[in-house]
Design a binder for this molecule. Structure first.
Ligand code: NAI
Length: 707
């Protein structure tokens, strides 16, 4: 037997223990080990029943994700696991699977092949394959409906979300919850059932219900999918696979599942989602900041400014258990800020996200203040006052005066130079950017902006802090707009050019939401407030190169007071529930303005809309990468997926460009350059990689991010 699996016995019960730390993934060797153990048990007349259990901190948390990548060039895992699962189910003596921690993916499939399942109350059960663009590939979609019922199986396989032990017991996934020691409880259970005929999950057809009942379940699931996750292969395949369980005998169903699994496995969507999975882990690695770099403890914090961002950031800190002082300039603004925070917490309680008690505990951690008193004790300050250099410098000068040495002084600025802000202090090494995204308590992205002088410890501490706060921290350099907004500029610029050239507002947004963006670029502008960009454009007017084409329609809308959702009108018009509808008046205005400007109008295809907007993102991303303001292409992908609603199943803008092929992207950029001028100058790195036949993913950098 392999050393990943051990066989022992206790009181006539054989115990198979999986020991493949850290999560007992079903790597090669584990299924073989279990199979050999079963052979030995079959030979041993004194064994009455078998317990299958995981050693260490969990049962089996799933397949080894690295194996999926290998499978596309080799043999799929399902083929290896399926025979083992049948062998477990066909054992003459009952197999009791004992679960603690998680039984996810292949672990769940393994558990369901047992005749019984017992679990600790803290255990969790799920088929999360869909999150990697896959479906269960070892009969999960066939056994789950037989245990939990068709509707629940569809829900679990489509959402990928787990259920806890209590729910699993109600559903019939689990037969007993064990209160104390799992192994002793499982052995006791095994002795109780040893003489009874062992039920095979694959023969338990009573929960498969009638064709008519099931038809309703499947059509409702497909309808929901069409609304929320249009174009996604894995959830649709999961529904098809569960449907197969209800319409075919078990082994036919397994074959149907296998076929769907392979289709998903070889899809671009799955490759992209697996890329996202690994990229999210990669972001934490910073070449010039070793893992053992000293990280400062953050026991307390201050947020300066209780506006849109400051209030949200204070909540994020409080939610993570960090007491926070919330400082405002005047009482009215402070009261407004605290009222918003209270109502946000009340809403979360209303929606059942957490209990009233938790909300109160969190709220208690936020102390409103108007003075700089007590700042001398805190470990971290996050500044979120109005966007203006003079004000930011004034605040940092004050922070420098009142904060203890070593305290981290962070700014949430979205456009201003961290170095210039740091220059207002006597300790630029303690100054850094922590760029949260709106709404700060919801969005997962945190850009950590490294200034020229930011110390390695300060960077490491902020990276660590992002995890504590439940965010994905991505290190970026201090350039205008940092990474996310720097790329967003050209993206939204193209959206506006397209309008000026003849595309309708709805057509532009539809093309990009059909591509998978959470929202179209114009609707996003309305949500964020068109006036924000308008103000920034006015402030940076002196930096624009004369003669370069600039969009003008959005500025004109702002001049008319059409700021977007907050004023009830922008690119769209809004009712009092902030529901958008197309505004014919906007179409009319645009036509007049464009006619005045003499821009030619033409028919524009959806393909041109997506190419123009997305390649504008990619071209700027290539510049950022080459200039070193992002560490790797995959960091840019993570920024776009977590901060800008880029579809994860497309892997992020840089991954998407790699998938299209950089030669194709480059040729198209050159074409746009010829048609639209200097603004489309191809990024040198894009040209270079396209000519070398390489990808952004292959463009590795060993040095740190440019500050
Ligand atoms: P906001 O206008 O909602 O809030 C700013 C708050 O700062 C106001 O409540 C104001 O009273 C307060 N304030 C001004 N001077 C102060 C002082 N000396 N001491 C204490 N409080 C003071 O602005 P918002 O949107 O929250 O932006 C704050 C910062 O976050 C800006 O730097 C902005 O660029 C950045 N940011 C904004 C995002 C957004 O979507 N709104 C996204 C990411 C960053």
């Amino acid at each position: 037997m392999t050393n990943l699996v051990q066989l022992t016995s206790d009181n006539g019960v054989a115990i198979i223990t999986i020991n493949n730390p850290p999560v007992n993934a079903l790597s090669p060797g584990v299924p073989e080990g279990i199979s050999e153990a079963l052979d030995q048990i079959a030979q041993n007349a004194s064994v009455k029943a078998t317990v299958l259990i995981g050693g260490g901190r969990t049962f089996v948390a799933g397949a080894d994700i690295k194996e999926f990548g290998k499978m596309t060039s080799g043999k799929p895992r399902g083929a290896g696991l399926l025979p083992l699962l049948l062998k477990i189910e066909d054992s003459a003596k009952p197999v009791i699977v004992a679960i603690h921690g998680t039984a996810f993916g292949g672990g769940m499939e393994l558990a369901m092949a047992g005749h019984y399942r017992v679990a600790l109350a803290t255990a969790q059960f799920g088929q999360p394959e869909v999150k990697l663009g896959l479906i269960p590939g070892a009969a999960g979609t066939q056994r789950l409906p037989r245990l939990a019922g068709v509707a629940k199986a569809v829900e679990m396989c489509v959402s990928g979300n787990p259920v806890n032990a209590e729910e699993a017991l109600k559903l019939g996934i689990v037969d007993r919850i064990i209160e104390d020691d799992l192994l002793s409880g499982a052995i006791a259970f095994a002795l109780e059932v040893a003489d009874k005929p062992a039920p095979k999950t694959r023969e338990r057809n009573e929960k498969l219900r009638s064709a008519a009942e099931n038809a309703l379940i499947f059509s409702a699931a497909r309808e929901a999918l069409a609304k929320k996750q249009r174009g996604l292969l894995a959830p649709a395949s999961a529904i098809d696979a569960v449907e197969a369980a209800t319409k075919m005998p078990f082994d036919e169903g397994c074959k149907a599942e296998q076929k769907l699994f392979i289709e998903c496995l070889f899809s671009e969507q799955s490759k992209s989602l697996i890329h996202v999975f690994f990229s999210e882990r990669e972001v934490a690695k910073i070449p010039d900041i070793p893992k053992q770099t000293n990280v400062f403890p953050i026991h307390s914090a201050v947020v300066v400014g209780a506006g849109t961002m400051g209030g949200g950031i204070a909540m994020v800190l409080a939610n993570a258990g960090i007491p926070v002082l919330l400082k405002e300039a005047d009482q009215a603004a402070l009261d407004r800020g605290m009222t918003t925070i209270r109502s946000n917490y009340a809403n979360s309680v209303k929606r059942g996200r957490f209990s009233q008690q938790i909300a109160e505990e969190r709220l208690k951690r936020i102390t409103p203040t108007l003075t700089y008193d007590d700042f001398s004790n805190v470990d971290l300050v996050i500044e979120a006052v109005f966007e203006g250099m003079a004000l930011k410098k004034e605040v940092f000068r004050e922070l420098d005066r009142v904060c203890k040495p070593g305290a981290i002084l962070a700014s949430n600025t979205s456009t201003l130079s961290i170095d210039e802000i740091a220059s207002a202090t006597s300790r630029p090494e303690s100054v850094i950017g922590t760029h949260f995204f709106s709404p700060a308590n919801v969005m997962r992205l945190l850009e950590i902006v490294r200034g020229k002088a930011s110390s390695k410890e300060v960077v490491a501490t902020c990276m660590q802090l992002s995890k504590t706060l439940g965010k994905v921290g991505v290190l970026v350099g201090n350039c205008r707009g940092f990474v996310g907004n720097r790329m967003f500029g050209p993206y939204r610029r193209e959206a506006q050019f397209l309008i000026e050239e003849g595309a309708s507002v709805e057509a532009v947004d539809r093309a990009l939401s059909d591509f998978g963006m959470a929202m179209g670029p114009l609707a996003t502008g309305d949500l964020a407030g068109l006036d924000v960009g308008w103000r920034i454009r006015k402030e940076y007017l002196h930096l624009e190169v004369p003669g370069i084409r600039q969009p003008f329609v959005e500025d004109r809308l702002c001049e008319l007071g059409r700021y977007g959702q907050k004023t009830g009108a922008g690119w769209y018009k809004y009712d009092d529930q902030r529901r958008a509808s197309p505004d014919p008046a906007v179409g009319e205005l645009i036509r007049n303005w464009v006619e005045e400007a003499g821009t030619e109008q033409r028919q524009i295809s959806a393909a041109e809309i997506t190419d123009r907007c997305l390649y504008a993102l990619v071209n700027e991303g290539a510049r950022i990468l080459e200039e070193g303001y992002a560490l790797r292409a995959s960091d840019i992908d993570i920024i776009y997926i977590n901060g800008y609603g880029f579809p994860a199943h497309r892997g992020g803008p840089m991954w998407y460009a790699d998938a299209v092929g950089l030669k194709r992207v480059y040729d198209r950029v050159c074409e746009f350059h010829r048609q639209h001028g200097e603004i489309w100058q191809p990024a040198p790195l894009l040209k270079q990689l396209a000519e070398q036949g390489k990808t952004f993913a292959e463009f590795g950098r060993e040095q740190g991010v440019t500050a």
